[in-house]
Design a protein around this ligand. Structure first.
Ligand SMILES: Nc1ncnc2c1ncn2[C@@H]1O[C@H](COP(=O)(O)OP(=O)(O)O)[C@@H](O)[C@H]1O
Ligand SMILES: [Mg+2]
Length: 221
């Protein structure tokens, strides 16, 4: 599969007796980029984790290319950049970025290392390739995690707060990459952010959630 049209229908997620997401419905076209906005605690991470197959839904359906999916299938269709980065502590930066692509069989090891190295150069991490994540600042760790997510050839890319630790220069650099990269053009991208400016620049459509419900779904110019 290489297209990622997603149709979320009446999605509800409950944890213990707390309803976190309630009756969420929206569709994302293949190749579209959308932003999900909302205050802290509104359910953005829970939503993106559920769409990426990392959180069980309580009710509703998530269709991809018209087919109903379960969590295992969603895990294969999407790749998630975690809000807390989730880097492999025991792997050096270059291997952090390259290893998912070769372990999954997406690329040969040499190809994966070469592509990872290029991405790290783009994200201003040329000097950090052979250090362990613990030696990096928050912004550097976030850029490693971004490079790792971008390495994946999954049809749908999910990014949870990708700019939270970035300075302005790296913020602009990420936007440049996202708008210019041919490898990302055809793919569906979903960005969770609480930065309205980032949402406007990265996507032409934004969905706002509050208390686990969609309160706004609008095109933006
Ligand atoms: N594992 C969990 N168990 C119980 N409640 C959770 C869990 N994860 C998140 N929540 C609750 O769900 C709500 C939404 O959280 P989250 O999706 O992280 O929001 P956001 O990403 O918008 O800040 C919050 O009230 C949070 O406390
Ligand atoms: Mg969150």
């Amino acid at each position: 599969m290489n297209k990622g049209q997603m149709n979320v229908q009446n999605l509800t997620v409950q944890m213990k007796d707390k309803v976190i997401l309630k009756d969420i419905s929206f569709a994302v076209e293949a190749g579209e980029t959308i932003a999900i906005l909302g205050p802290s605690g509104s359910g953005k991470s829970t939503l993106i984790r559920t769409l990426a197959g990392l959180q069980k839904k309580t009710d509703g359906d998530i269709l991809v290319n018209g087919q109903s999916t379960n969590e295992k299938e969603l895990l294969k269709i999407g790749t998630l950049l975690f809000q807390n980065f989730n880097l492999f502590k025991n792997l050096k930066v270059l291997e952090n970025v390259a290893s998912p692509a070769w372990l999954s069989g997406q690329l040969k090891k040499e190809e994966a290392l070469e592509r990872a190295s290029d991405l790290l150069d783009y994200f201003h991490l040329s000097g950090q390739k052979s250090v362990f994540p613990a030696a990096l600042s928050g912004g550097q760790q976030q850029r490693v995690a971004i490079a790792r997510a971008i390495m994946s050839d999954a049809p749908i890319l999910f990014f949870d707060e990708p700019t939270s630790a970035l300075d302005r220069e790296n913020w602009e650099n990420l936007l440049n990459y996202l708008s210019e990269s041919p490898a990302l053009k055809e793919r569906t991208k979903v960005f969770v952010t609480h930065e309205v400016e980032f949402a406007k620049r990265v996507a032409n459509r934004s969905i706002t959630i509050q208390d686990g419900r969609i309160v706004k779904d609008e095109k933006q110019g």
